[in-house]
Design a binder for this molecule. Structure first.
Ligand SMILES: CC(C)(COP(=O)(O)OP(=O)(O)OC[C@H]1O[C@@H](n2cnc3c(N)ncnc32)[C@H](O)[C@@H]1OP(=O)(O)O)[C@@H](O)C(=O)NCCC(=O)NCCS
Length: 192
C-alpha cells in the first residue's frame, strides 16, 4: 500500500476523509464542464450525494487495498481541494499500476497534475516496486497527453472504444513508463 500522505515541492497528496466533502464538492462544481467531457462519472447532474458516496467508496477501497485516491492540496492553501489523483493495480503478475487524475479548472496549466503524477510515480516505482505504470487518455485530450509527454511516458497505441463517455464509445491512448525509464529520467534530472 502507498503512504496515505505524500509531499512534493508545492503539493500535499492526502487520502480522503469524510471532512473533505465540501471542498471536493466545490472543486467538482467549478470544474464540471471540463470533467464532463472526459470522465464518465462527471455527469452534469452530479450531486453532493455523489461526492459523499465517492468519499465513502474511496475510504473502503484503501481498506481493501483496491485503489488509492488522494486529494491534491497546495501547501500554501491546504484547506482547498485542487484535484484528484488515484492509483490502482491492473496486473499483479506484471506489476503494472494505472494512474488517473483531474485538476480543478481554475488551477489548470500550472503544472499541478505533472507534479502530482511525478510524486505518485516515485511512490509506485521506489516504495511499491511496480515494473510499469500506465495512463489511459481519451484521444483528443491534449492537456492530458501533454502531462504524459512531460513525464517521459511512451504512447504504446490506441485502445479502441475503451470507455463509454456521454453515450459515445471513445478511443483511448495507452501511455506507459517503465521502472528503468523512470530511474534513468531521475538520474538525468539529478545531473542537471
Ligand atoms: C488533464 C489535466 C488533469 C491537466 O492538469 P494540469 O494541472 O493543467 O496539468 P499540467 O499543468 O501539469 O500540464 C498540462 C499541460 O497541457 C497544456 N495544455 C492545456 N490545455 C491544452 C490544450 N487544450 N491543448 C494542448 N495543450 C494543453 C498545458 O499548457 C500544459 O503544458 P505545458 O506545461 O507544456 O505548458 C486537467 O486539464 C484536467 O483535469 N482536465 C479535465 C479532466 C481530465 O481530462 N482528466 C484526465 C483524464 S485522462
Amino acid at each position: 500500500m502507498p503512504r496515505p500522505r505524500l509531499e512534493s515541492e508545492r503539493l500535499i497528496l492526502q487520502k480522503f476523509a469524510r471532512r473533505d466533502a465540501s471542498t471536493l464538492d466545490d472543486a467538482i462544481r467549478v470544474s464540471l464542464a471540463d470533467l464532463h467531457q472526459w470522465l464518465p462519472w462527471a455527469r452534469m447532474d452530479y450531486t453532493t450525494v455523489d461526492t459523499t458516496s465517492f468519499i465513502r467508496d474511496s475510504i473502503q477501497a484503501w481498506k481493501e487495498d483496491r485503489a488509492w485516491d488522494y486529494s491534491i492540496r497546495m501547501k500554501e492553501a491546504p484547506g482547498v481541494h485542487v484535484g484528484n489523483i488515484s492509483m490502482w493495480t491492473v496486473s499483479k503478475l506484471g506489476k503494472i499500476a494505472e494512474i488517473g487524475y483531474w485538476v480543478r479548472t481554475d488551477r489548470t496549466s500550472g503544472g499541478i497534475c505533472t507534479e502530482a503524477v511525478g510524486r505518485l510515480l516515485d511512490e509506485a516505482f521506489t516504495a511499491m516496486g511496480y515494473h510499469k505504470v500506465v495512463l489511459r487518455i481519451a484521444v483528443g485530450n491534449a492537456a492530458s497527453d501533454r502531462v504524459a509527454e512531460k513525464l517521459g511516458f511512451t504512447r504504446e497505441g490506441t485502445l479502441r472504444e475503451e470507455l463509454l463517455i456521454r453515450g459515445n464509445w471513445v478511443d483511448h491512448s495507452l501511455w506507459s513508463l517503465l521502472d528503468r525509464e523512470y530511474r534513468s529520467l531521475k538520474r538525468t534530472a539529478a545531473r542537471r
